[in-house]
Design a protein around this ligand. Sequence first.
Ligand SMILES: Cc1ncc(COP(=O)(O)O)c(C=O)c1O
Length: 434
Amino acid sequence: MSHHTTLSQRDKKIIWHPFTQEKTAPDVIAIKKASGAYLYDEEGRCYMDLISSWWVNIHGHAHPEIACSIYDQAQTLEHVMFAGFTHEPAVVLCEQLQSILPKELDRFFFTDNGSTAVEAAIKMAYQYWRNVGEPQRRLFLSFDGGYHGDTLGAMSVGSTSGFHDHFKDLFFQVLSVPYPDTWDEDSNIDYKEQQAIDVLMSHLNHHEEHIAAIILEPLIQGASGMRLCRTQFLQKVINILKSKGILVIFDEVMTGFYRTGTYFSLHQLNVIPDFLCVSKGISGGFLPLALTITTNHIYDAFLGDDFDQAFAHGHSYTANPLACRAAVCSLELLKKPECQNTIQDIRKTHHEGVLFLKNSCPNVKKIRSIGTIAAFDVDNTVCMRGLKKKFIDHGLLLRPLGQTVYLLPPYCVNKNDLQDVYQKMCQILRSCFL
Ligand SMILES: Cc1ncc(COP(=O)(O)O)c(C=O)c1O
């Protein structure tokens, strides 16, 4: 008998994993190496990463050009504190992003993950009103089901996501608006949107002078189940809020970098937010990095002769040069025709794929796709946990959210391989119901 201890056995003794019920979860899979869209475990099994590892690896895994750029940067300048200092990778990254964004979004504040990008935006919005002499604006608006991260402020504005119920007593007050989620052939959407607008107007009637900002995931809510809303609805909401002077925070932590088909979701909306939160895909999945991007109008309200008006917020790894350099390289890769072509291939394959599943699997419903994201719901009768295991057993890394199965592949995925995935999913889903 072999006494060889596997990595997952060693892990089980010592490590506490995120978002996991450790008592009932299956053993973790120890990944030894990765390349492109594929991960390889210690037993030599291969998994296709169809969710870009929690939505970060936009170019797939171990991309050699990003790896080289980090190696090169590590030999030059690995880190320097970012108060009182700067460096080329940070400045170049912001200049490049600015050339992509609407010209009004022209101030860049670094943090190091999606939650802290959101915390910074919430705190900036809050302090902005204090700095301009309207401290009564303390309330935030958000949509039901919005998820913005796991730190306390991000949880407060995401309190209806269903992930944070234990902490409700710790949250600040947030006014919630129903989210009119929609899908292909949704016949009820006009009614749902009107309901949302009615609730929004009621909040404004009661609290207009006290609202600091709204935060939302534009066009699609991620963690609450890849829930889409219509462009014209969102535009209407934002125009109403802007006309009242309420600040608008776009959380594009998931939707950025072509996830919804354009560089950012805001490029499909004829509106400019006051804050844009960006993370996840920014560094191609190599290193943690985030930005809270705002306008010089907001920035100017923090200027003063003493520290009191300044934004007293910062993280040790703020604007880490290795992460910034990886991000600059990732932006270069995004521009390449092969990447842009793959994005189009994914979009088309998703569109056809979910339709195929709907027509072939009786329990697939609410199909939807946008850009490089596809999703559908599965009838309640299915044990979703069993489904996740079946996917893994077939070499597909998919992580259903509640009753929702979704695909969010990296931009290096091969079109034929992705088409095969839909065939495999069909077999798996059908086998669940026989
Ligand atoms: C829209 C959105 N905002 C914020 C976050 C939090 O990001 P992080 O996990 O990097 O803290 C997430 C993570 O899934 C997200 O999807």
